[in-house]
Design a protein around this ligand. Sequence first.
Ligand code: ZN
Length: 340
Amino acid sequence: MPLVPMRILLDHAAENGYGVAALNVNNMEQIQAIMEAARETESPVIIQASRGARSYSQDAYLRHLMLAAVELYPEIPVCMHQDHGNSPATCFSAIRQSFTSVMMDGSLSADGKTPSTFEYNVEVTKKVVEVAHMLGVSVEGEIGCLGGIEDGHGAGLSEDQLKLHLTDPDQAVEFVKQTGVDALAVAIGTSHGAYKFTKKPTGDVLSMTTIETIHKMLPNTHLVMHGSSSVPQELQDIINQYGGALKPTFGVPVEEIQRGIKHGVRKINVDTDNRLAITGAIRKVFAETPEKFDPRDYLKPARAAMKEVCKQRMIQFGQAGWGPKIKCKTIDDMAKVYGY
Ligand SMILES: [Zn+2]
C-alpha cells in the first residue's frame, strides 16, 4: 500500500470515534519502533517530520526510510506528514518529497517565532490548500499559539502568556471556512518540549473546554492536539536514575487526551515521550555496562523502549485494531474527491 493521505485516516477515526498518534521521527530506529508498534497493535500510522528532522536526516534518507516502511508493513496504512511547515515553500518541498500531508503553521510568521495576524494565517494556509488538494495531499492549519520551542519552532510563550493565545472559537470557524483545511491544530494551553506544566494541569492551564466549544461549532473538522506528550514520571525517573538531570515537570494526562478524543480530537502529536524513552534506555546501558561500545547494544533497547511508548499510546488513543480495516485511497484518488 503506498503512503496514504492523512484525511483518509482522520475521516475513519472520526467515523469510529478514536484518535491517531502523530509520532515524530529523525532516524531509522524511530521509524522501526513505530512500525513494529503498529504491527503488534494493528494500528494506522501517522509519521511526521519537522523541518529540523528533515534537515537532520536529509530528505532523501527520510523518503527512502518511509518507502521501506510501507514495503515491509504492507498491511498498515501509513501517512507521512510535514510537522509545522513555516511557509508555503516548506510545504511544497515536502510534497515534492512524497509527503502525503502537510501542516501550514501560519499562526507564526515565516521565522517560526513571531505570532502572526489572522489575515496572514488565512492567506498562506489557503495558498497551501489550493496546491495540496490539487495533488490529493491533506493540509493541517493552526489557529492560536502553543507554548515552548521545539526544533527552533515556537513563540516561546510562558504558561501565563499562553492564556492570551488560546484559540478563539469564532476565529476557528472563520479560518476553516476561508481556508478549507482538513485538520485544525488548536491552542489549549499545551507546550512543545518536556517542560509543559509545573504541576499536574487543571482546567485553568489546560483548556479542554475550548476543544469542546470548537467541536460543537465545527463538528466536521478534525481537531489536532499539539504538545501532547504525557511526560510520564517513570520515564523521567529512568533518565535521572542513570545520570540525567531533568527538572520536575508535568505533561498532558492521557485521560485529558481521551476526553479530547470524545470531542473531535483526531490527531495527537507525541514526540517528547519517545525521546525520553530512548534517552533513558541508552543511559541505562551506558551506566550498567560501560565496557560496551557497539551502537547496537544501546540502540536496540532504545528502539524497544520507544516501541513500548508507541504501543501504549496507540491503545490509549483507540487506534489499535483499525489498521487493516481502513479502505485506503491514494493521493490521486483523493485529488478527485477534492474535485480535481
Ligand atoms: Zn506542534
